[in-house]
Design a binder for this molecule. Structure first.
Ligand code: HEC
Length: 154
């Protein structure tokens, strides 16, 4: 009887510990807006851009990604809401190859105009990008990771 009680207590405490852990994890990882993340991927943005500076998707001979990581884009422009329209124009019309904003973080090509993406979707994507912080970018990257694995085994 005593043994059974101990076993029950152990199971109960494991259950509590597990739940507490899950709750902690949920609090640590913000929910990912999968709709926008999928849109970003379908719009080819992630062919040239990474979410965080650590992991590189596409590189040139210098080892730098084509475009700046979105977390750095957010850091640079998050507190200047007036930059929004200029950035939207850059995505729509492409970047000016003579005025590189991202010399250190990208390979040095210009960004081509993203003409296949609707204006509404561009606004949605840009808003999402500019609101990234470390936790959101890491959570979104983690949500993308299994997809990358799937693609490899196809
Ligand atoms: C072919 C590669 C490529 C693709 C595809 C691409 N980008 Fe870029 N992007 C770049 C490069 C290169 C830069 C850096 C330009 C510079 O240095 O001025 C950039 C810069 C940016 C910037 C920062 C602009 C600035 O003035 O600081 C934003 C925002 C951006 N891209 C969003 C997007 C979005 C959204 C998409 C998808 C709809 C996208 N990009 C697709 C290559 C790309």
């Amino acid at each position: 009887m005593k043994k059974l009680l101990i076993a029950t207590c152990t199971v109960a405490s494991l259950w509590f510990a597990g739940n507490a852990f899950a709750a902690e994890e949920a609090a640590a990882a913000p929910e990912v807006d999968m709709e926008t993340l999928n849109l970003l991927q379908e719009s080819a943005c992630l062919n040239c851009h990474n979410l965080t500076p650590r992991e590189k998707v596409e590189t040139d001979a210098n080892g730098l990604p084509f475009g700046p990581p979105y977390l750095l884009v957010a850091h640079r422009y998050h507190d200047t809401p007036e930059a929004f329209d200029n950035l939207l124009n850059t995505i729509r019309q492409g970047s000016n190859p003579y005025s590189k904003h991202w010399k250190e973080e990208s390979a040095g090509i210009a960004m081509p105009p993203m003409i296949t993406v609707s204006d509404d979707n561009l606004k949605k994507l840009l808003t999402w990008i500019l609101n990234l912080d470390e936790a959101k970018a890491a959570a979104a990257e983690a949500a993308l990771a299994p997809k990358a694995e799937d693609a490899k085994t196809d």
